[in-house]
Design a protein around this ligand. Structure first.
Ligand code: ATP
Length: 366
């Protein structure tokens, strides 16, 4: 989004041209926020997604008020937040480490903020009960944190953050300490919790599957910049650059030049991509995802020869990993059917594809 577009979009929270630099102990500089702009809408589930060290936590901390910006501004309801300390911002943060008070009961952990704020006992108890109900922990308010599972402790941390009804809940990799099954269950729960409470969630993760599962929109970050902001389907189906295409889902990105509905790559491949709005001779990248390629021949569809390196059986599907004629690694997904013949490494298959399904984007440097 350009600065003008951000100005036109009156989000709940607006980050405008935010810059943050750190001097490293090694004597250099890192710039985790390199003039980033973002508009967070009221009541949306927005995820900051990017590899480790790209600046996600720094942005979350700047919004929370734990970190000052070197340049730029963050607005809430159109009012600048610089100068407003963290405790006066109507936000709450849930961290990866649940950071519960070990000597307080679940109920007292959740009610702590209300006690500090001097909320009357009756209201405090009813709000604690409501928060515990929201995270499915009713009846456990007298337990100590050590008497809970990891997932339950994270739920207490969530209830504690929700109890004083923040405008925005900031979540910094809150599920990463949980095992895979529990994490997946919590992803669904978090999403429905966000719907129920109607609070804006800003979620940080480096896990693309997590981001795709939960988010209304995803902001993909790398090296202190946003590379694309959009719905999960937009980001997956129509990435705007090579980094996003490779980071979200699995793909092979082939570089070539566009001519008459086909892309000719430097390695000599000739791929039909259908009619696209590219000038003749334009440098483009073609994104081929595993589900674009099929073993079965389909009448009228073009094919790509792929020599199999290995075949991985994952139950419902077979993952075929191989190489194109120019040596580029490529994968295909095949829905497994009981009793079908084996696919042997070394075999060259003609994999068919629908030219219209492939995504073509303006060429970026490999
Ligand atoms: P992760 O997923 O690993 O938590 P992240 O995207 O949240 O990564 P940040 O924590 O925002 O990354 O850090 C971005 C960069 O800034 C990293 O290179 C980190 O080493 C550096 N950094 C963060 N805080 C400081 C600091 N206080 N002093 C120096 N460098 C810092």
């Amino acid at each position: 989004m350009t600065t003008e577009e951000v100005a036109a979009d009156q989000g709940l929270v607006r980050v405008e041209a935010a810059v943050k630099r750190f001097r490293t102990p090694e004597g250099g500089w890192v710039t985790p926020l390199d003039r980033v702009s973002l508009s967070i809408r009221d009541n949306e589930f927005l995820t900051l997604l990017g590899p480790s060290g790209c600046g996600k936590t720094t942005l979350l901390k700047a919004i929370a008020g734990f970190e000052d910006l070197d340049d730029g501004e963050i607005y809430l309801d159109g009012q600048p937040l610089s100068g407003t300390p963290a405790y006066r911002r109507p936000f709450n943060t849930v961290f990866q480490s649940y950071a519960l008070f070990p000597h307080l009961t679940v109920g007292d952990n959740v009610g702590y903020g209300l006690d500090v704020a001097g909320v009357a006992r009756e209201e405090r108890d009813s709000r604690v009960g409501e928060a515990l109900r929201l995270v499915s922990l009713e009846g456990l308010d007298r337990r100590m944190p050590r008497q809970l599972s990891g997932g339950q402790q994270q739920r207490v941390a969530l209830a504690r953050a929700l109890v004083n009804r923040p405008r925005v809940l900031l979540l910094d990799e809150p599920l990463s300490a949980l095992d895979r099954k529990l994490r997946q269950a919590m992803q669904i729960e978090l999403k429905s919790l966000q719907h129920t409470v109607g609070i804006t969630f800003l979620f940080v993760t480096h896990d693309q599957e997590e981001a795709l599962t939960m988010s209304d929109r995803i902001a993909v970050m790398d090296q202190g910049q946003f590379l694309q902001i959009g719905s999960p389907a937009e980001i997956y189906d129509a990435p705007t650059n090579r980094f996003v295409a490779s980071f979200i889902g699995s793909s092979t990105v082939l570089t070539g030049s566009y001519r008459g509905g086909r892309v000719r790559t430097a390695g000599g491949l000739d791929i039909a991509v259908g009619t696209r709005a590219f000038p003749e001779g334009e440098a483009v990248d073609v994104v081929v995802r595993p589900e674009h390629l099929a073993i079965a021949a389909v009448a009228g569809r073009p094919t790509l020869p792929v020599t199999l390196d290995n075949v991985v059986f994952v139950g419902s599907d077979l993952h075929l990993h191989g190489r194109l004629a120019d040596g580029t690694a490529i994968s295909a997904l095949h829905r497994h059917a009981r009793g079908e013949g084996e696919l042997t490494p070394g075999t060259t298959l003609q994999l068919s594809y629908d030219p219209a399904a492939l995504h073509v984007m303006k060429g970026s440097k490999p």
